[in-house]
Design a binder for this molecule. Structure first.
Ligand SMILES: NC(=O)c1ccc[n+]([C@@H]2O[C@H](COP(=O)([O-])OP(=O)(O)OC[C@H]3O[C@@H](n4cnc5c(N)ncnc54)[C@H](OP(=O)(O)O)[C@@H]3O)[C@@H](O)[C@H]2O)c1
Length: 332
């Protein structure tokens, strides 16, 4: 295949239906940008599945190539900080939303979206983390900035077997925290223990429906990915001066709580938006992910898939059935 044409997933609208195929796109169709990158690996996130199935809240214009994550090698650079051959990572910003993303061999992006691959991680490992791992890292970064330490007690991770959840369990455990993992998947208990979870809870155990404004104090910190009633219950169960991060909505976008946990216990609710994280913080988090937070079994958390094999995984992630991370290998 000539360099002008490249392989990509293409999502388009046909007779009112969204269709996905692996086809060819042309380099000149890519938007303007400082860096042309040869993508070696990408990864599958919940948001990619939304984009790949025509969710206009994520992607407004089709035909489109999803993929909010990409790791690869610079082909051409119009920015002095990057040179041909540099290994780089892009997660978030507009990549894969309305900018053609990592489910294609090439991307062209502004230089200020790009991080040089940290020492100590391979390109594949960067995509084993991907946005999910970066979001877990940002959650830990914000918990610690709010004063949470391993000595404060247990940290709850919800949606623990999914992408963000499994990464959060692994990096929190590596950073010395006692992690309680809440999952709806009984068959994933062993996986979560191998990632470092000290205790496993069922989804029901953390989904309090009593409507009481406060619950017994249990968590020093919480990494929540599911939202809704589980997030509400987690806030009500957080200890005095503890902190809760919120990044996702796989249960619900709703949050129904009184102000009592905040004004009587000083609980902090910390918002997580990985896509727009400022570059100095972004670089720091990647350094931590490559260093002190790096789980021993990082490589094992990812399952490799080709672009062609992604189709079924997209349905699986939308139905909450994926465990760990799907790494997209563009050479597979
Ligand atoms: N704000 C940000 O920067 C940011 C970044 C990345 C992701 N996100 C969001 O975070 C969420 C998780 O993303 P992900 O990539 O980790 O997705 P994922 O791999 O699909 O994981 C989500 C997990 O949530 C649990 N779950 C699914 N349906 C549920 C339900 N009805 N009630 C309660 N729990 C349910 C499942 O875990 P168990 O079976 O183990 O319970 C599932 O594996 C998504 O909403 C995503 O859009 C936000």
């Amino acid at each position: 295949m000539s360099v002008e044409q490249y392989k990509a997933m293409i999502v388009s609208e046909s007779n009112g239906h969204m269709v996905r195929e692996v086809g060819r796109r042309r380099i000149e169709e890519l938007p303007e940008g400082d860096l042309l990158i040869n993508v070696k690996y990408s990864s599958l996130n919940y948001k990619d599945a939304m984009s790949a199935t025509g969710n206009r809240g994520v992607t407004k214009r089709y035909p489109h190539t999803p993929g909010i994550d990409a790791a690869g090698v610079v082909v051409t650079s119009e920015n002095g900080d990057f040179a041909r051959g540099d290994e780089v990572v892009v997660t978030g910003y507009d990549l894969g939303m309305n900018t053609p993303g990592g489910f294609g061999r090439y991307i062209r992006v502004p230089a200020d979206w790009v991080v040089k691959k940290p020492q100590g991680l391979t390109l594949r490992e960067c995509m084993t983390y991907g946005t999910a791992g970066f979001t877990a890292g940002l959650s830990l970064y914000k918990l610690e900035a709010a004063g949470v330490t391993p000595d404060d007690g247990d940290i709850l991770v919800t949606g623990a077997s999914g992408g963000v959840g499994s990464m959060a369990v692994a990096i929190l455990a590596k950073a010395g925290y006692r992690v309680c993992a809440a999952t709806g998947k009984s068959e994933q208990h062993e996986f979560l223990k191998r990632l470092g979870a000290a205790e496993i809870l069922s989804r029901k155990e953390v989904d309090d429906k009593s409507k009481r404004p406060l619950l017994p104090q249990r968590w020093a910190g919480v990494v929540d990915v599911v939202g809704g009633n589980i997030l509400t219950a987690a806030i009500k169960s957080t200890k005095r001066n503890g902190s809760v991060t919120t990044c996702g909505l796989t249960q619900s976008a709703d949050l129904n709580t009184t102000v009592y946990p905040f004004i009587l216990r000083g609980v902090n609710l910390l918002g997580i938006n990985s896509a727009d994280t400022r570059m100095p913080v972004r670089r720091q988090i990647w350094q931590n992910l490559a260093g002190d937070w790096r789980p021993e079994m990082l490589a094992e958390i990812g399952t490799d898939r080709s672009l062609e094999e992604l189709d079924s995984e997209i349905e699986e992630i939308l139905n909450g059935r994926v465990s760990g991370r799907i790494v997209v290998d563009l050479d597979r």
